[in-house]
Ligand binder design. Structure first.
Ligand SMILES: *[C@@H]1O[C@H](CO)[C@@H](O)[C@H](O)[C@H]1NC(C)=O
Ligand SMILES: *[C@@H]1O[C@H](CO)[C@@H](O)[C@H](O)[C@H]1NC(C)=O
Ligand SMILES: *[C@@H]1O[C@H](CO)[C@@H](O)[C@H](O)[C@H]1NC(C)=O
Ligand SMILES: *[C@@H]1O[C@H](CO)[C@@H](O)[C@H](O)[C@H]1NC(C)=O
Ligand SMILES: *[C@@H]1O[C@H](CO)[C@@H](O)[C@H](O)[C@H]1NC(C)=O
Ligand SMILES: *[C@@H]1O[C@H](CO)[C@@H](O)[C@H](O)[C@H]1NC(C)=O
Length: 414
């Protein structure tokens, strides 16, 4: 199977290698196939390169740390700090990526990258990488080829990875932490906060949630994929396939080499088709995007999201009545009690986001137990963000970051 895949891939790369061999970025999709001949296209060195290289190339400092969770997963954290010592702040920011990507998304967009923006303001910036994604695929006993490696749900990631990473950042930096999550980074952030005691949350100063995902009710597109999605994951489980997309580097090579030939199809199908209509995505980012997406994920994580859609609850993984009894002591999985969250929380959402629905956002906001909370549509006037815009929008430095840093400053003075 792997051999066939590798041969196919190799063939594809060979067949397409003459086209835009340097993976140039172009201002228009239709310029991609002939990028080499077009003076408006240019080489973006950050396509495919790793976090340490990108950070260094942009002139920031970076240190790589490893932590081990109590169930044996070895996670990589990146610590980034800036050039200006005079502006140092007494807070750290922890950035948690979403599903199907890794922490690279916080640094690959050059000047638009959130990690660099915050480092310039004097924050120590830490990037988390959850189990199964490119930088966190090691385990003390298992390999990613072992079906057991992928036996985890969103609950596990929240309870183990988020907890372990935050503890490490708090201990190493000695500073209070602003949690910033994107997409699944918000789901597992909320799960962690709603189920943790004082001991685990006392190192946190606030949580900022970009494109938050908790309740997924009444979203027609999601309801349509729920049943086929469930059957698909069931089939994978029967085939003993428990993890997907974890041969990230190979998949990205293939996608980049395909997408430079058919850029419009890739954009419409794999970006807009999944995440919502975007008026902010720049054509120049196309190959950059597919140099990082998709990434390793467990079938249980996907199934967990499908269960959230179906159950209309923000709840733990449903193993079925018998297994639930063993796991939770009840036949139904327990829900997460969001009113237990007391930390200041701010939600940043886009009304073009495929996972956004006003009633769900309001419900999440209202259920939070925080006495200090806020919510902002991004941007505040027109041309609402979709899901991917929270990472890639061209105007992100003016649409999102100023309002974010204002809310951070707000909770720092109290
Ligand atoms: C790894 O394997 C050793 C030896 O079998 C075992 O003692 C240990 O508990 C395992 N650790 C984890 C995290 O599974
Ligand atoms: C900090 O130093 C940098 C570089 O010397 C300078 O550009 C920036 O304005 C300084 N910031 C403050 C608040 O003094
Ligand atoms: C950070 O904390 C140190 C020690 O508590 C203090 O001296 C310094 O003024 C603080 N810096 C800022 C920017 O608040
Ligand atoms: C997977 O994890 C669940 C819950 O932690 C556990 O009950 C089950 O035995 C595990 N399955 C395997 C194959 O390790
Ligand atoms: C799934 O894989 C595990 C580990 O390789 C193996 O022990 C198990 O028997 C397999 N199950 C099936 C149904 O093939
Ligand atoms: C949720 O937590 C709050 C306290 O934070 C408690 O008063 C309430 O009873 C809990 N709700 C449920 C359904 O457990």
């Amino acid at each position: 199977m792997t051999t066939i895949l590798a041969t196919l891939t190799f063939g594809l790369i060979l067949a397409t290698s003459a086209i835009n061999p340097k993976n140039n970025a172009c201002p228009k999709f239709n310029q991609y196939p002939l990028a080499t001949l077009n003076p408006k296209c240019y080489v973006n060195p950050d396509v495919f390169s790793d976090v340490v290289q990108v950070v260094t190339r942009n002139g920031y400092n970076v240190k790589t740390h490893s932590v081990v969770t109590d169930d044996g997963y070895i996670l990589t954290l990146f610590e980034i700090w800036g050039k200006f010592k005079n502006e140092s702040k007494n807070f750290t920011v922890f950035l948690q990526h979403g599903l199907l990507v890794h922490s690279g998304v916080w640094v690959i967009t050059g000047r638009r990258s959130l990690a660099f923006y915050l480092a310039d303001l004097g924050y120590k910036v830490w990037l988390g990488n959850i189990r199964g994604t490119l930088y966190s695929q090691k385990h003390v006993n298992l390999t990613v080829n072992d079906p057991k490696y992928w036996n985890f749900t969103l609950d596990t990631v929240a309870a183990k990875d988020i907890k372990t990473q935050l503890r490490f950042v708090a201990k190493t930096s000695g500073l209070k932490i602003h949690y910033i999550g994107y997409s699944m980074g918000t789901t597992i952030g909320l799960m962690f906060l709603a189920s943790s005691g004082q001991e685990d949350t006392k190192s946190l100063q606030s949580a900022s949630l970009f494109a938050p995902v908790a309740y997924l009710n009444n979203i027609i597109a999601l309801q349509l994929i729920e049943t086929p999605g469930y059957l698909f994951t069931k089939m994978l489980t029967l085939l003993n396939i428990t993890g997907l997309f974890y041969q990230e580097k190979l998949i990205h090579r293939v996608l980049v080499s395909v997408c430079k030939r058919i850029p419009n199809v890739c954009f419409e199908l794999l970006i807009e088709g999944i995440f919502g209509k975007s008026t902010h995505f720049s054509s120049t980012d196309l190959l950059l995007y597919f140099g990082y997406w998709p990434g390793g994920v467990s079938v249980n994580q996907i199934q967990h999201y499908l269960q959230l859609i179906k159950s209309r609850k923000f709840q733990k993984f449903d193993y079925g009545p018998t297994e639930n009894l063993k796991e939770y002591g009840t036949e139904n999985p327990p829900t997460y009690n969001l009113s237990r969250i007391k930390l200041p929380v701010c939600l940043f959402y886009g009304e073009n986001d495929a996972f956004y629905k006003k009633e769900n956002l309001e419900r999440l906001y209202n259920e939070l137990g925080s006495s200090q909370k806020c919510k902002y549509p991004i941007p505040d006037q027109t041309r609402d963000y979709d899901h991917v815009d929270f990472l890639f929008a061209n105007s992100i430095r003016t649409d999102l970051y100023p309002i974010l840093t204002e809310t951070l400053a707000d909770v720092e003075t109290k």
